[in-house]
Design a protein around this ligand. Sequence first.
Ligand code: NAP
Ligand code: MG
Length: 399
Amino acid sequence: MTKIRMTTPLVEMDGDEMTRIIWKMIKDELIEPFVDLKTEYYDLGLKERERTHDQVTIDSAEATKRLGVAVKCATITPNAARVEEYGLSEMWKSPNGTIRAVLDGTVFRAPIVVKGIEPYVRTWQKPITIARHAYGDVYKNVELLVPGPGKVELVYTPADGGDEVRATVHDYQGAGIAQGIHNLDDSIASFARASFNYALDTKQDLWFATKDTISKTYDHRFKDIFAQIFDAEYRERFEAAGIEYFYTLIDDAVARVIRSEGGFIWACKNYDGDVMSDMVSTAFGSLAMMTSVLVSPHGYYEYEAAHGTVQRHYDKHLAGEETSTNSVATIFAWTGALAKRGELDELPELVEFAHRLEAATIRAIEDGVMTGDLAAITSIPNPTRVNTHDFIRAVAERL
Ligand code: NAP
Ligand code: MG
């Protein structure tokens, strides 16, 4: 059989532990037999990050700027235990954090919905994608413990020597606390554009919500920037694509999300996105069925699974025991990247292949063949619980 042709390579970011093992199986058995796979390979496994003093992570992010599309395996974020385990010379930073800083993106998380793994919310029939703003607010706050009576103020000192602006936060009669938070117009604008672009890409409505009735300057700024950019740059394209941009209050959004049937993107401020993405992924059934894509305002894409390296399973694997690790989100990271590459390079066969691989994966589960995490929660009677490798074989057969 002639293999499907690629023109531009993908940036391939290899990783650690159990997901590194799954990574190779997916390439060997699900992709390379069918696709003349072209990648620029970066090994982000912890050993190589140590050897290169983490330069490999920066190089892989820079390569993504050059080539446009990356696929990433889960990687260890070192803590004290890992420093000892791997004899690290430094506690290297989270690769995802480094890559995000280089690409300046918004992270979109979407569940893979299959029959037989029912969301806890009965009305949800389609995925709900969360777009989380990843800059500022409470994550870059400044806090004060106020020991006793006194005044806390916000003071703005213009860099050009203009008049100072002051606002009283509170006149304290006794002890208390105070907090200063900030955000930037540029960051909010790139969050807005990434969200609008992703809605167009995936042909889904976009919802955005803040508490602008209470926070009349801060949250209102988010609402205004989204509205200005939508009107100036996206309204016509949304109308042509038959999708909607919808703004409401955050508490109203929460109520509507629960009553909805899904099938939209929910853009969230940093804190809302942190909290709501955990709620939404749990309610859809399994972390192992959650995909994640970093979209930069410049049009770079980095696809990955939302879960980590599944260390507990890797320890079993090293001890020679059988594992039943779910590879679905990692397969979908590859299909997301291949489909995007195919779309950008105008290779319809590559896009079609990615969709077939996704369909074969979903089909295997809906046929009752699944890894232990899903077998434990499925509504399909008598599922066949398979090991890590046999699940990939079951997908290959259907592919
Ligand atoms: P994890 O790898 O996501 O695994 C946590 C638990 O969730 C597993 O022990 C397993 O539960 C279940 N699980 C997750 N993915 C699964 C899959 N594909 N199939 C079946 N079960 C799955 O999180 P962690 O153990 O906290 O972190 C391990 C390492 O991953 C850490 O070094 C962390 O830094 C790294 N990490 C990386 C990323 C990333 O690269 N994006 C994200 C998160 C964490 P059971 O043990 O009950 O089966
Ligand atoms: Mg969270």
